[in-house]
Design a binder for this molecule. Structure first.
Ligand code: HSE
Length: 436
């Protein structure tokens, strides 16, 4: 009876993929509980997908349309949930919906990181909220943590495993010594990878998430162009094997570093010491470390990909906006204040780190000396040298592995260019940064 007087907040959902379907299932299961906690009814008034066959999958009875304009222009709808992914027409849906007076919930990291300025300037002009918890690390409430929990702090750094697909691939390769190709095949249809898995394995997805977290944390749009991006496509089983034998795991991390007044942003493979939390994050789990000036290090761990974890974050955003609507304060304050980049961002080449280097060379005396000589000329100092048995017998050559002391990345790259040309070196050298 209590429900009779409750206000109803109407939602239009666009995109019935894995996350969209999971959202409707979550809602139909927890509906009563959500209403009690929110103090209002949340009604999925219309759901939309361009594929008509999706209608028969719906776990709730609701209006189904194939034209998103019907949702965007419906004056009764309060919140548009955009779950189609990709840039177009997601961007148009978000912008048009705002202009038609809707609040937005989106899981779309690509559209946000590429259009941070336009989306938030428009949302603020129209006094509408754009919430995006599911865009980074799915079910882990990292956006809320930055936005609310640590709001009184300056953020000094962010590091994280932000992509479930690549972490799953690296986990399989490490645990089962399977090839990269085999691992990619395994993950493809698990509902974790992007429709085009290239977005995951190239590091692009991690970079979008790092851009969103950094833009929020540093109150300044950190564009994808500001981020050094490397993926895992070139990972070789032998590097996983060697790294582990020296006490490291290989992980793809997003890393935002603040050094004094300088910032740098990188997405790359790292050798992570086995006793570090990131080394122990497996499969599609994500982990994010937020370093702040007064609260120190906060680490969030959980399901970073998959239908229900993402749906959980989307539902949380719907609930937040619904509560504001009921309290008549929705859109009154700006969720994100857009500011153009004012950060002093330095190139990764001008930063320092320790590195793992692998060379495949001819097997004869003097080779190591030749390599060490070039490294020395570029002031790259060697911390340790290993000549390990290869995982599989190489037809030609033997691997030499070096770990460096802290070195400027530019000097290392210059040295590697020279080493590549030595007649004793049979393949382009591999270098991977060590996480510290
Ligand atoms: N493809 C993404 C991942 C989905 O693997 O993390 C969640 O953003």
């Amino acid at each position: 009876m209590k429900h009779k007087n409750m206000k109803t907040v109407k939602v239009g959902l666009i995109g019935i993929g894995n996350v969209g379907l999971s959202l409707l299932k979550l809602y139909s299961k927890n509906r009563r509980f959500i209403e009690e906690n929110t103090g209002c009814k949340v009604e999925f008034k219309t759901v939309c997908d361009k594929d008509e066959s999706k209608q028969k999958l719906l776990p709730i009875t609701t209006k189904f349309v194939t034209d998103y304009n019907i949702v965007v222009k419906d004056p009764e709808i309060d919140i548009v949930v955009e779950l189609i992914g990709g840039i177009h027409p997601a961007y148009e849906i978000i912008m048009e919906s705002i202009k038609h007076g809707k609040h937005i919930v989106t899981a779309n990291k690509a559209v946000l990181s590429e259009n941070w300025d336009k989306i938030f300037l428009t949302a603020n002009r129209y006094n509408k909220s754009v919430y995006f918890e599911a865009s980074v690390a799915a079910g882990i409430p990292v956006i809320q943590s930055l936005h609310e929990g640590l709001a009184g702090n300056r953020i000094l750094g962010i590091s994280g495993i932000l992509n479930g697909t690549t972490n799953y691939i690296l986990t399989l390769m490490s645990q089962y010594r399977c090839s990269y190709e085999f691992a990619v095949k395994r993950i493809r249809n698990m509902g974790i990878a992007e429709a085009d898995i290239t977005y995951d394995v190239s590091g692009y997805d991690t970079a979008c998430k790092l851009s969103i977290l950094s833009s929020l944390a540093f109150s300044s749009w950190v564009k994808l162009a500001n981020i050094y991006i490397e993926g895992i496509e070139d990972i070789e089983l032998q590097d996983i094997h060697f790294a582990e034998s020296f006490g490291y795991k290989i992980k793809l991390l997003g890393n935002a570093c603040v050094e004094g007044n300088k910032y740098y942003f990188e997405v790359r493979k790292f050798l992570v010491p086995q006793n570090n939390v990131f080394a122990n994050i497996h499969y599609e789990d994500n982990a994010i470390l937020l370093n702040s000036d007064h609260c120190g290090k906060v680490i969030l761990v959980g399901k970073g990909a998959g239908g229900f974890p993402a749906a959980s974050a989307v539902m949380a955003d719907i609930i937040s906006i619904a509560k504001d609507i009921v309290g008549a304060v929705s859109g009154r304050t700006h969720y994100v204040e857009y500011k153009p980049t004012k950060l002093k961002i330095v190139s990764i080449k001008d930063t320092e780190g320790c590195f793992y280097l692998r060379f495949i060379t001819v097997d004869r005396p003097g080779v190591l000396a030749k390599i060490a000589n070039v490294l020395g000329r570029y002031k790259v100092s060697i911390a340790s040298v290993y000549q390990k048995e290869p995982l599989v017998k190489l037809r030609r050559g033997v691997p030499i592995i070096l770990l460096t002391h802290k070195t400027r990345e530019k000097s290392l790259l210059q040295a590697l260019e020279k080493i590549k040309k030595l007649d004793v070196v049979l393949k382009p050298p591999v270098y991977i940064k060590v996480y510290s």
